[in-house]
Design a protein around this ligand. Structure first.
Ligand SMILES: Cc1cc2nc3c(=O)[nH]c(=O)nc-3n(C[C@H](O)[C@H](O)[C@H](O)COP(=O)(O)OP(=O)(O)OC[C@H]3O[C@@H](n4cnc5c(N)ncnc54)[C@H](O)[C@@H]3O)c2cc1C
Length: 617
């Protein structure tokens, strides 16, 4: 058994920033991560970090753009915190040595990005995330923070009270990928989940294979509500063959989208008469697919992104990485040819419900970064708003988990994060959707099965280790059955086909039925590789259960929300319904089945109220 004050699960931008903040409070911190920190997916971020740094810009304008971008599903206090704290956190990164691109006068460069009313996206070439990750990791090394890398956290050690709000998290169970050892980590003060995105729920995604939504799924099964899961962002410029991202920075620098008839369709077909290519991502993705569906695409699949007119000098100075990606993955020379692009899954706006300290309803359990939902993105995230979320809320969560006070003047506990569990009944009949309370996968149920007697921290962790050991042993000794890869592929395929940019009722119901069928097959899953060391077959098998749970959560939320808001387009419901739907979709794993409920959006910020208005670009 290992023991630390604060255990941070995940070492991407959010986890590293949280660990630094906790260490600054004097805590003994451990980072437990399935990948080496600098292999975390934050390193793939290209375009930049939004921060109102310059004269003529203000955090209030940033907050307004973010609320509008969210299609009024963001919570205003959290959005204002993001925008107020982002400049300070970006300057902190600069002071820690992050190699931002600079203008001739020496100031940190800023570029336009979609949905922004001011060019406020700071960047480091087209490798912003790489530089951010390395800068934060240097601080972790400098401070001597203990890193357990290639340790896979498979469950949370949570007490077993019936009411999730009475439960406590005392640590985690992790599997050492190098040795096959399963060990408990006791967290004396708090566990911070920073496990990143869930792109592997889809088969065409910009996300890495490691992005399986582990933290969201573990928290969900431990009784923590998950929020706005149906809100998935599809990025308009991904390479068709692989899903590799072509940064919005290309359009920020002046790149142009053309359809198969060489029309600048965003203007010529009236999708975004003012902002054109720099409309927000949901708008551009729908426009591209409409062009393709109406026969104006290229090879019935994609459109062109052209940056040739920017000239070689500007491209190599600011977008060199894009040239390599287009050449390596699509065989296209971006200096002399347009690049093929189409929408692909990119980001999860929803996640583990938290307040602005990163706290969840389970005491001692925090979440931050893409796995969390402090509710700053609502139904559509603006490009460049995820990286500031990592550092702003990472710092807050790490500090709070270590018992510190973070800038109390701005903290708004009770306004955004204090959830009322079970406020509104689900409009979705789960039975009708093909789900029942028996649908619990073979390798374990909720982390905290209700009804158990109260036990102390060490015993809670020890019991969870024993349960996880039994699960791993069962998977490793089962002699044959279903391979996880088949199950995962089927889920990814149905999600990409039915729960994508354009959604309709029949397709959503088909996806739910497919997920249920895949879940049944998963009951018979086995691991063909019996070895104890570097057993990626075992890890992927465990991850596949998370993929299943999250696919179901996304689809349930999408089926229930019968309106069109932000990234959530419904064929049968073509209007944003503010009277009914200014509320967050909440999902809680209760008595072995998902339960949908809702809580209101907070549109009242500290500086103003954000009245929903029509959203055009
Ligand atoms: C290609 C791409 C480009 C992007 N560009 C931008 C951009 O320019 N600007 C912007 O604002 N946003 C951008 N985004 C979004 C942004 O980069 C991500 O949302 C963000 O980096 C996620 O950071 P994170 O720290 O939450 O997770 P990650 O960086 O993904 O880190 C997750 C960590 O959790 C660990 N982990 C996961 N599961 C487990 C487990 N079970 N046990 C142990 N450890 C675990 C992993 O090892 C990893 O260390 C981009 C996203 C992508 C995919």
């Amino acid at each position: 058994m290992y023991e630390h004050d604060v255990v941070v699960v995940g070492a991407g931008g959010a986890g590293l920033r949280a660990a630094i903040a906790a260490q600054e409070q004097g805590a003994d911190v451990a980072l437990v991560t399935k990948l080496h920190p600098v292999r975390s997916h934050t390193g793939a971020a290209e375009g930049g970090i939004n921060a109102a740094l310059r004269e003529g810009d203000s955090w209030e304008d940033h907050a307004y753009d973010t609320m509008k971008g969210s299609d009024y599903l963001g919570d205003a206090p959290a959005v204002e915190t993001l925008c107020q704290d982002s400049p300070e956190e970006v300057i902190q990164l600069e002071h820690w040595g992050m190699a931002f691109s600079r203008d001739d006068d020496g100031r940190v460069s800023q570029r336009p990005f979609g949905g922004l009313s001011f060019p406020r996206t700071t960047y480091a070439g087209a490798e912003t995330g790489h530089h951010l990750l390395h800068t934060l990791y240097e601080q972790v090394v400098k401070r001597g923070i203990e890193v357990y890398d290639e340790w896979y956290v498979s469950d949370l050690a949570v007490t077993a009270e019936d009411d999730p709000e009475s439960r406590s998290c005392h640590g985690v169970v992790a599997y050492d990928i190098k040795s096959g050892e399963l060990a408990g980590f006791v967290a004396r003060e708090g566990v911070v989940l920073a496990t990143g995105g869930l792109g592997q729920v889809y088969d065409h995604t910009t996300n890495a294979v490691a992005n399986t939504g582990d933290g969201v799924a573990m928290a969900y099964r431990a009784g923590v509500p998950i929020e706005d899961m149906e809100m998935i962002q599809f990025h308009p410029t991904t390479l068709p063959s692989t899903g590799v991202l072509i940064s919005e920075g290309v359009r920020g620098e002046g790149g142009i989208l053309y359809n198969g008839a060489d029309e600048r369709f965003l203007f010529e077909h009236g999708y975004a008469n003012n902002a054109g290519e720099l409309a927000s991502r949901d708008v551009v993705s729908r426009a591209e697919l409409t062009e393709v569906n109406e026969g104006r695409g290229i090879e019935d699949e994609y459109v062109h992104l052209d940056m040739r007119h920017l000239g070689e000098e500007r491209i190599t100075d600011r977008l060199e990485n894009i040239l390599h990606l287009a050449e390596d993955f699509e065989g296209v020379d971006g200096l002399s040819e347009p690049m093929p692009v189409k929408p692909g899954q990119h980001y999860a706006m929803g996640g583990v419900e938290t307040n602005e300290h990163g706290e969840t309803v389970v005491s001692g359990l925090y979440a931050v970064g893409e796995c969390a939902c402090a509710s700053v993105h609502g139904s559509n995230r603006l490009g460049g708003n995820a990286l500031p979320e990592l550092i702003v809320f990472g710092a807050r969560a790490g500090c709070h988990a270590a018992g510190g006070e973070f800038d109390p003047a701005r903290i708004t506990v009770g306004e955004t994060g204090d959830s009322e569990v079970g406020s509104v009944e689900s409009p979705v009949a789960l039975g009708e959707a093909g789900l029942s309370s028996g649908d619990v996968a073979a390798d374990g149920g909720a982390a905290a099965a209700p009804g158990g007697a109260a036990v102390g921290p060490d015993e809670t962790v020890q019991r969870t280790v024993e349960r996880e050991q039994a699960r791993v042993d069962r998977l490793l000794t089962k002699e044959d059955g279903v391979n996880h890869a088949e199950v995962r592929a089927d889920v990814q395929e149905t999600m990409t086909r039915n729960v994508n940019v354009f959604r309709e009722e029949e397709g959503l119901k088909t996806a739910l039925a497919d997920i249920r069928e895949a879940r049944e097959r998963y009951q018979d899953v086995y691991v063909s590789d019996p070895s104890r060391t570097f057993n990626t077959d075992l890890i992927h098998t465990i991850e596949t259960r998370n993929v299943l749970d999250l696919a179901e959560a996304i689809t349930l939320g999408a089926l229930a929300r019968d309106e069109f808001r932000g990234a959530h387009w419904r064929k049968e419901h073509q209007e944003r319904k503010d009277d009914e739907w200014l509320r967050h979709t909440m999902l809680t794993w209760t008595d072995g089945e998902p339960r949908l409920w809702y809580k209101p959006v907070v549109l009242e910020g500290g500086s103003r109220a954000y009245e929903p208005s029509s959203r055009s670009y």
